[in-house]
Ligand binder design. Structure first.
Ligand code: BJW
Length: 250
C-alpha cells in the first residue's frame, strides 16, 4: 500500500532536481553487515579507541588489521540489498544525483552505483603511509597481516578514516557543495552522530532543501526532517521507487 507521505516525497523527486542521499551502516544492515551503535553493533562488542584510531594502529597494527580482516571476511559473503539497488537506479534516473556514504563496505558500488563519495574510505583499499599510494586489495583472508607495500615495503594501513583523522578534503568539499545546492536530501540508515557527515543535512536544510529520513529509529536529525519514514531502507526505498514509476507513467 502506498502511503500518502511516500507519494508526496515521490512527487518532490522532479527529473531535473538535485538530490543528495547520505547513507550509513543501516542501509547495509539488511545485507547482514553489522552496524556500529545499534543492538549487535560493533561498538557494543569492541572499543573504538582500541581499533579505529590512529593511536590504536600505532600501538598494535596487527590487532587492528586482524579486526579489519575479520570484517572483510564478513562483507565478502554478503550481497547488496534492494536499498542499495534502488539508489543505483536513481543515479541513472536523475542527472543531478549525488550519493554520499559513510560506509566502507563497497556495497553501493557492487549494487551498480558509480558516482559515490565515500567519506570514511573503503575497506577494500589499502594505503601506504610512506608514499600515500592507495591500492585495491580484495584478498580474503589477507595473505600477510599486516600487509606490506609492494613498492617500498612499508607497513600498509586500511584506507579508512579513523576517529580524530581528517576526511579527504576533496570528498568533504564535494559533499558540502552538493548538500548546499540540493533540493532534496535523503538521510538513510545513519545514527547521525559522527561529524562532519552528520552536519551535511543541516547545510542542506539551511539552503532550503527538503530533508527525508529513513530509519527505524529516531536520530538527532529527526526533529529537522520534513519527512521521517520509520522503516527499513530495503523496504522504503523500493516503495518510493515504485511510486515514482507509477507517477511518471501517469
Ligand atoms: C537502519 C536499518 C535499516 C538499522 N534501514 N536504517 C563535532 C561534534 C562532536 C564531535 C566531533 C565533531 N566533529 C568531529 C568530531 C569528532 C568525531 C566525531 O564525530 N565523534 C562523535 C562520535 C562524537 N569525528 C571524527 O573524528 C572525524 N574526523 C574529523 O572530524 O576530523 C577533524 C580533523 C581535522 C583536522 C585534523 C584532524 C582531524 C572522523 C570520523 C571517522 C568515523 N569512522 C568510523 C569508523 C571507521 C570505519 C570502519 O572501520 O568501519 O566510521 S566510526 C563509525 O561511525 C563508522 C561510520 O561510518 C560512522 C557512522 O556510523 P553510522 O553509519 O551512522 O552507523 P550507526 O551504527 O551509528 O547507525 C546505524 C543506523 O542505522 C541506526 O540509526 C539504526 O537505527 C539504523 N538502521 N537498520 C535503515 N534496515
Amino acid at each position: 500500500m502506498i502511503t500518502e507521505e511516500i507519494r508526496r516525497v515521490a512527487e518532490l523527486m522532479e527529473p531535473g532536481g538535485a538530490i543528495v542521499v547520505l547513507t550509513g551502516a543501516g542501509i547495509s544492515a539488511e545485507s547482514g553487515v553489522p552496524t556500529f551503535r545499534g543492538p549487535g553493533g560493533l561498538w557494543r562488542q569492541f572499543r573504538a579507541e582500541d581499533l579505529a584510531t590512529p593511536e590504536a594502529f600505532a600501538r598494535d597494527p596487527k590487532l587492528v588489521w586482524e579486526w579489519y580482516d575479520w570484517r572483510r571476511g564478513l562483507i565478502a559473503k554478503v550481497e547488496p540489498n534492494p536499498g542499495h539497488r534502488t539508489l543505483a537506479r536513481w543515479e541513472a534516473r536523475f542527472p543531478e544525483f549525488v550519493l554520499v556514504t559513510q560506509n566502507i563496505d563497497g556495497l553501493h558500488a557492487r549494487a551498480g552505483s558509480k558516482r559515490i563519495i565515500e567519506l570514511h574510505g573503503n575497506i577494500w583499499k589499502t594505503r601506504c603511509p610512506e608514499e600515500g599510494l592507495v591500492a585495491d586489495n580484495a584478498e580474503v583472508p589477507l595473505k600477510a597481516i599486516p600487509p606490506a607495500c609492494p613498492s617500498c615495503g612499508a607497513m600498509l594501513r586500511p584506507h579508512i578514516v579513523w576517529f580524530g583523522e581528517p576526511l579527504d578534503p576533496a570528498d568533504i568539499n564535494q559533499a558540502w557543495a552538493a548538500s548546499s545546492r540540493c533540493r532534496l536530501m535523503f538521510i538513510v540508515g545513519t545514527s547521525a552522530v559522527v561529524h562532519p557527515a552528520a552536519s551535511l543535512p543541516a547545510l542542506a536544510g539551511r539552503a532550503g532543501a527538503q530533508i527525508i529520513e529513513i530509519n527505524p529509529e529516531p536520530t538527532p536529525l529527526s526533529p529537522y526532517a520534513n519527512f521521517s519514514f520509520r522503516g527499513k531502507a530495503g523496504e522504503i526505498l523500493p516503495l518510493l521507487d515504485e511510486t515514482l514509476s507509477k507517477i511518471s507513467t501517469g
